[in-house]
Write a protein that binds this ligand. Structure first.
Ligand SMILES: Cc1cc2nc3c(=O)[nH]c(=O)nc-3n(C[C@H](O)[C@H](O)[C@H](O)COP(=O)(O)OP(=O)(O)OC[C@H]3O[C@@H](n4cnc5c(N)ncnc54)[C@H](O)[C@@H]3O)c2cc1C
Length: 297
């Protein structure tokens, strides 16, 4: 394999870089290459190179919804957190993909723009939020997004409308096309800054009361099964506190699996499989993971 650091000397690229330093769960083996592009042009150069060389390409945002396996990731990983500009134009907020969702909600609040309060505590990037249609407390990314600019696996940049993004529960069309989100435009409304601020504080307090925010995790591990709550099923199955190695079903919020020590991705996966099998056996409900599990065994 060619040496990407000498091939692209102006782009920050690291060889054989461990991913556990970036993931919220603090797990994950090394990637062959990790690049931190700072501009759309840098992303485009890397995407085109990977496509031409048949080099596997993976994109990460804040790595807050990921379990990366112990074998790490083959090929090139793009981490977009250095593309993090947030611009306000009237009632629109235009974000680069690596911008923080939490930071974006604060910028909207500071401009007295309402609509993003629900996302005040979602620790992802904007690219990850569009990809996942992240949501909380009755709001979803799809409610406020107007469009997103993406780059295709062959390096073509296009802007997708709300309709083309085809949002669903924790789903957007970006998941089906292997595209990379480069930026997104939110359409908000002018509101009362004090009301916006109070709502954000309230939602953050509710999170802090219910979620184990003091320990590494990847948020809710499972999607909400139709007609049920994953956390309640896991609680009712008596699984809170179930531990493999350093991975534990949170005692504070049954939907979370926390890293209480030196958890590995394998520990996480064993806990996930045990929870799925137990809930299936006790209640006949199949739990599908919301967290994305990627990488080599
Ligand atoms: C404590 C905690 C609380 C959480 N609370 C919530 C919550 O309330 N609601 C909620 O929905 N989620 C929640 N999450 C999960 C997570 O924050 C969201 O899913 C978030 O949108 C993921 O964004 P990210 O940048 O971290 O994505 P990553 O974890 O980096 O990636 C997730 C997926 O998105 C893809 N992706 C990332 N960036 C891009 C891009 N630019 N283009 C294309 N694909 C991309 C990745 O390839 C991967 O498949 C929580 C997580 C934690 C740790």
């Amino acid at each position: 394999m060619e040496n990407l650091t000498s091939l692209f000397p102006t782009i920050e690229i690291k060889a054989n870089d461990r991913l556990d330093q970036y993931t919220y769960t603090k797990t994950g083996g090394p990637a062959d290459w990790v690049a931190f592009p700072q501009t759309v042009e840098e992303v485009q150069v890397l995407v085109r190179y990977a496509n031409k060389q048949h080099l596997p390409l993976t994109v990460l945002g804040n790595a807050s919804n990921l379990i990366v396996k112990e074998g790490g990731i083959a090929g090139l990983v793009l981490i977009l957190t250095k593309m993090n500009q947030i611009q306000v134009s009237g009632e629109q907020v235009i974000d680069q993909a690596g911008a923080s969702y939490i930071e974006t909600t604060k910028v909207a609040r500071d401009h007295a723009l309402t609509g993003l309060e629900f996302a005040a505590g979602i620790p992802g990037s904007i690219g990850g939020a569009v990809f996942m249609n992240a949501g909380a407390y009755g709001g979803e990314t799809k409610d406020v997004i107007q469009s997103a600019t993406v780059i295709s696996p062959v390096g073509e940049v296009t802007t997708l409308t709300h309709e083309e993004l085809d949002f669903g529960y924790r789903h957007s069309s970006v998941q089906d096309t292997d595209s990379i989100v480069l930026s997104a435009t939110f359409s908000l409304k002018t509101g009362d800054q004090e009301v916006i601020s109070a709502m954000m504080d309230d939602l953050n307090q509710r999170r802090a009361d219910k979620q184990p925010l003091d320990l590494p995790s990847c948020g809710s591990v499972f999607k909400r099964p139709e007609g049920y709550y994953a956390g309640k099923l896991i609680h009712d199955a008596g699984l809170q506190g179930y531990t493999v190695g350093g991975a534990q079903v949170s005692k504070k919020h049954a939907g979370f699996i926390v890293n209480i020590g030196q958890a590995t991705a394998t520990d996480y996966l064993e806990v996930i499989h045990h929870v799925q099998a137990t809930v299936q056996a006790k209640f006949g409900v199949s739990l599908e993971t919301e967290v994305r599990i990627i990488g080599r065994d």
